[in-house]
Design a protein around this ligand. Structure first.
Ligand code: SAM
Length: 214
């Protein structure tokens, strides 16, 4: 994601009622925070939040938490959120997902979405990829018994790497497609900002659904 220093973004985030602070004692308390027992779904690296905001609108019975590392991007998701004050099921955290286990307890997350995650093309950065075995190990520590991960990308090397990492980590590959928009899984697909951009350029979208074997 191209980053621009958005003036005042840190202040906007600090003041926003929709952003959970990284040092807040939230681990194990998400149902209390949302005020209900609904399932909790998270998107890691949500960017400007188009996907998760749409899901929150479509599914009032699910609580959503969008995680984004950069303030300058997160402010765009906050702007969308502020236009939808009626939503009670969407919150954000500005953080590096490397520390995800500090924010969510064992079994606390019912589902994880990863969309167009940064490819980190250099081999020596492979463990920073959000589908690396290192990240999959973190996800196991927060996912509910039947929880899983859906990952979408137009980046073929990253998709191939992710399939391999899922196998290496002994996760079950529930299904995958290399052309989501022309597949049996196209119906009901909610597009992300990057998905819209890259599919309009003609790039096929890859998608996998994986689950830890328990
Ligand atoms: N998911 C959005 C989409 O599909 O339009 C944005 C995709 S963008 C290429 C990847 C986003 O993930 C960026 O906004 C980046 O800052 C965020 N990101 C990358 N690594 C992250 C990490 N370790 N923790 C949290 N966010 C991360």
């Amino acid at each position: 994601m191209r980053l621009r220093n958005v003036k005042g973004s840190r202040d906007t985030i600090a003041e926003s009622k929709y952003v959970i602070k990284e040092d807040a004692p939230v681990k194990g308390r998400w149902h209390e925070i949302f005020g209900n027992d609904n399932p909790i779904h998270i998107e890691i690296g949500m960017g400007k939040g188009m996907f998760i905001t749409k899901l929150a609108e479509q599914n009032p019975g699910i609580n959503y938490v969008g995680i984004e590392k950069y303030s300058s991007v997160l402010v765009r998701a906050i702007e969308k959120r502020e236009e939808r004050e009626e939503l009670t099921n969407l919150l954000f955290i500005r953080m590096d997902a490397e520390n995800i286990e500090e924010m969510f307890d064992k079994n606390e997350v019912d589902y994880i979405y990863l969309n167009f995650s940064d490819p980190w093309p250099k081999d020596r950065h492979a463990k920073r990829r959000l589908t690396s075995v290192q990240f999959l190990a973190r996800y196991i520590n927060i996912l509910a018994e039947d929880g899983g991960v859906t990952f979408k990308t137009d980046n073929v090397p990253l998709f191939d790497f992710s399939l391999e990492q899922a196998k290496e980590a002994d996760w079950e590959i529930i299904n995958y497609t290399r052309d989501l928009h022309h597949s049996e899984y196209a119906e009901g697909n909610v597009m992300t900002e990057y998905e819209k951009k890259f599919s309009e350029m003609g790039n096929p979208i890859n998608r996998m659904v994986i689950k830890p074997k328990r």
